[in-house]
Ligand binder design. Structure first.
Ligand code: 3PG
Length: 214
């Protein structure tokens, strides 16, 4: 297995937060992404959890200047190929398998695989990975758990995701092994349904202003 992470650090250091986006309505994709970029969050993860997700990636790539679009919730190798063809710049998975790691290397798409244990982290280190998603961050042990991995596993830096909010994000961002955090808190479903893009801009600005990474 080889590692597919060339260019990942550049994406993960664009802002302290990678928004995790679920697109239910294709027409929302472009204005929503514009609001995130305007608010200072250019690296955007579009989760492959809805039928319109890949079309949303294509639309944002084509129409939103400054957006660095990635796909999330990647579970299948074919999704990596499709994401690359759609113009995605990176891909994220809640976990990883040998098939996915091999596919990411073959497709040559920067890949952020997920871990929740030291053993899973060591598998990624063996493959040469330097960045991983820590998922689901809060239920799996939160910032205290991730902090405890820093000393024995200094090779890996994490994007913790899952249960992170404006209030607890700083606890993660202060850790030496955290490069950024992921989360959906700046995209409340009711604001999206109302197409309240100024609210998304404001929440993104607050996220982008979070303290610098440790
Ligand atoms: C997810 O996969 O949905 C992400 O981990 C986002 O989690 P959040 O909605 O708790 O921020």
């Amino acid at each position: 297995m080889t590692c597919a992470q060339s260019g990942m650090e550049t994406i993960l250091t664009l802002a302290p937060v990678v928004p995790v986006v679920v697109i239910d309505t294709l027409d929302d994709a472009v204005p929503l992404a514009r609001a995130l970029v305007q608010g200072g969050l250019p690296a955007i993860e579009i989760t492959l959890r809805t039928p319109v997700a890949m079309d949303a990636v294509r639309a944002i790539v084509a129409e939103v200047a400054g957006a660095q679009v990635g796909v999330g919730t990647v579970l299948e190798p074919l999704q990596l190929q499709e994401a690359k063809r759609a113009g995605a710049r990176f891909a994220v998975s809640p976990g990883h398998t040998t098939r996915l790691l091999d596919a990411a290397a073959a497709v040559d798409l920067p890949f952020l695989p997920g871990i929740a244990t030291a053993s899973e982290a060591i598998t990624l280190i063996e493959c040469g990975y330097r960045f991983a998603k820590f998922f689901p961050a809060e239920p799996a042990g939160g910032a205290a758990y991730l902090s405890a991995l820093a000393s024995p596993l200094p090779q890996l830096r994490f994007c913790p995701t899952g249960g992170i909010t404006l209030d607890n994000a700083s606890r993660y961002l202060a850790l030496p092994n955290v490069v950024c955090v992921g989360g959906s808190w700046m995209l409340p479903r009711d604001r999206i349904r109302a197409k309240d893009w100024p609210a998304v801009v404001a929440a993104s600005q607050a996220a982008a202003a979070l303290a610098d990474r440790g």
